[in-house]
Design a protein around this ligand. Structure first.
Ligand code: CP3
Length: 342
C-alpha cells in the first residue's frame, strides 16, 4: 500500500477527491520560472543542469497543493542524446536538423545516450531526496512516433506530413528509427525508475492524423514495446499513457499497450470513458487549458463536470494538454482548491 494518493490512483485505487497535477506545471506562466530560465544560456542547458532543473521542478509545488512533481526536462533530450542537433529558438519552438534515410543508421553511434542524459537522472535523484513522502514523482519520455515527427520534420507541424510521408516511403529506415527510439526510451525510463521516479508518463502528443493501420504500427506497438521492455527490468512499473488526439483509437490504445492509466485530451467527451473504457481503468484529465486562462464561473462548472463524470473510477485531475504561458496564477489556485475541496 502506498501513501502517495496520486501513485495509488495510477495503480487503480480511487481516492475520495481526485489527486491533481498539471501538464507543463513548471513553465513560463510562473515568474520564478522565467527568472531561473535567464540563468541558463539555452533551454537544453536548463534541462541538463541538475541545480536549476531541480529548482524549477519544485517551484509549482511551493505555490500549489499539487500531488505530484514532474521531472523538468523535455521529450527532445532523446534526439539530442542520439547526436541529432536540437535547438530551442525563442518564439519558434524546437528546431532540429532533420534526419534522412542515410543519417538514421549513424544515430546513437557517436556517444552513449544514457551517459549524455546522466544530468537528468541526477535531477531525478535530487528530487527523490527532496520531495515530501506523500508526493508522487513523475518521470517521462516522448513516445517514439511523437519524437520521430520532430526528428523527421525538423520542427512541430500541424499535420506531421513530413514524418507521415517518410514512414510510407521509407519503411525500413523508419522501422530502424522506431526501434532505436523504443530501445533508448526503455533504457532511459528504467534509469528514471532506478533514480527514484514513482511513475512515468509516455507523451504521445501527435497521436492524431493517423489511419487505423498507421495508429497500430506507429503508436500502439511502440508504446506496448516500451511498457513491456520497462516492466521486464522494473516489475510492475506504473505507466500513464497520454495519446493526444487518439479519439476513436483511444480504447484500443488502452487495451493493447498495457498502460496502467490513460490520459485524456480535452476533446475527449466526458461520457467516452463510461461508454468505451473498463470501469477499473484509471483516467487522467481533461480540462481545456484555455478554460484555465479564462477562469471564473465557467471554470468552476467544468471542473465539477469533469470530476462528476469520472466519479465511478480512479481519476487523476489534470488538463487535457499543457498549461499555457498566459494562464493567471490565481486561476491555478482556484482550480487546485476546487479539485481538492469541492
Ligand atoms: O510538464 C512539465 O512541467 C515538465 C516539463 C516538460 C517540458 N516539455 C518543458 C518545456 C514536459 C513534460 C515537456 C514535454 C514536451 N515537450 C512535449 C509533450 C507534451 C506536449 O506539450 O504535447 C512536447 C511535444 C515537447 C516539445 C517542445 N518543447 C515544444 C513543442 C516546445 C516549444 C513550445 C513551448 O511551449 O515553448 C518545448 C519547449 C519547452 N519544454 C518549454 C518548457 C517549459 C518552454 C521553453 C522555454 O522555457 O523557453
Amino acid at each position: 500500500m502506498t501513501h502517495k494518493p496520486l501513485l495509488a490512483t495510477v495503480l487503480g485505487q480511487r481516492q475520495e477527491r481526485p489527486p491533481i497535477w498539471i501538464m507543463r506545471q513548471a513553465g513560463r506562466y510562473l515568474p520564478e520560472y522565467r527568472a531561473i530560465r535567464t540563468k541558463a544560456k539555452n533551454f537544453l542547458e536548463l534541462c541538463y543542469t541538475p541545480d536549476l532543473a531541480t529548482e524549477v521542478t519544485l517551484q509549482p509545488l511551493r505555490r500549489f497543493d499539487l500531488d505530484a512533481a514532474i521531472l523538468f526536462s523535455d521529450i527532445l533530450v532523446i534526439p539530442d542524446a542520439l547526436g541529432q542537433s536540437v535547438r530551442f529558438e525563442a518564439g519558434e519552438g524546437p528546431v532540429l536538423d532533420p534526419v534522412s534515410v542515410e543519417s538514421i543508421a549513424g544515430l546513437g553511434k557517436e556517444r552513449d545516450a544514457l551517459d549524455h542524459l546522466a544530468p537528468v537522472l541526477e535531477t531525478v535523484r535530487r528530487l527523490r531526496a527532496g520531495l515530501a513522502p506523500e508526493k508522487t514523482l513523475i518521470g517521462f519520455c516522448g513516445s517514439p512516433w511523437t519524437v520521430a515527427t520532430y526528428m523527421i520534420g525538423g520542427r512541430g507541424s500541424p499535420d506531421q506530413a513530413a514524418a507521415r510521408l517518410f514512414a510510407l516511403r521509407h519503411p525500413e529506415a523508419f522501422a530502424a528509427l522506431m526501434d532505436l527510439l523504443v530501445q533508448t526510451s526503455v533504457d532511459y525510463l528504467v534509469a528514471q525508475f532506478e533514480a527514484g521516479a514513482d511513475v512515468v508518463q509516455l507523451f504521445e502528443s501527435w497521436a492524431l492524423n493517423l489511419d487505423d493501420v498507421a495508429f497500430a504500427e506507429r503508436v500502439i506497438e511502440p508504446n506496448r514495446r516500451i511498457v513491456e521492455g520497462v516492466r521486464a527490468r522494473v516489475p510492475n512499473a506504473p505507466v500513464i499513457g497520454f495519446p493526444r488526439g487518439a479519439a476513436g483509437n483511444l480504447a484500443r490504445y488502452a487495451d493493447q499497450t498495457g498502460v496502467n492509466a490513460l490520459g485524456l485530451d480535452y476533446a475527449t467527451p466526458l461520457d467516452f470513458a463510461a461508454q468505451h473504457l473498463p470501469s477499473s481503468l484509471p483516467v487522467q484529465g481533461n480540462l481545456d487549458p484555455l478554460r484555465l486562462v479564462a477562469g471564473g464561473a465557467q471554470l468552476d462548472a467544468r471542473v465539477d463536470q469533469v470530476i462528476a463524470a469520472f466519479a465511478d473510477r480512479p481519476h487523476i485531475f489534470n488538463l487535457g494538454h499543457g498549461i499555457v504561458p498566459e494562464t493567471p496564477i490565481e486561476h491555478v489556485e482556484r482550480l487546485v482548491n476546487r479539485v481538492k475541496n469541492g
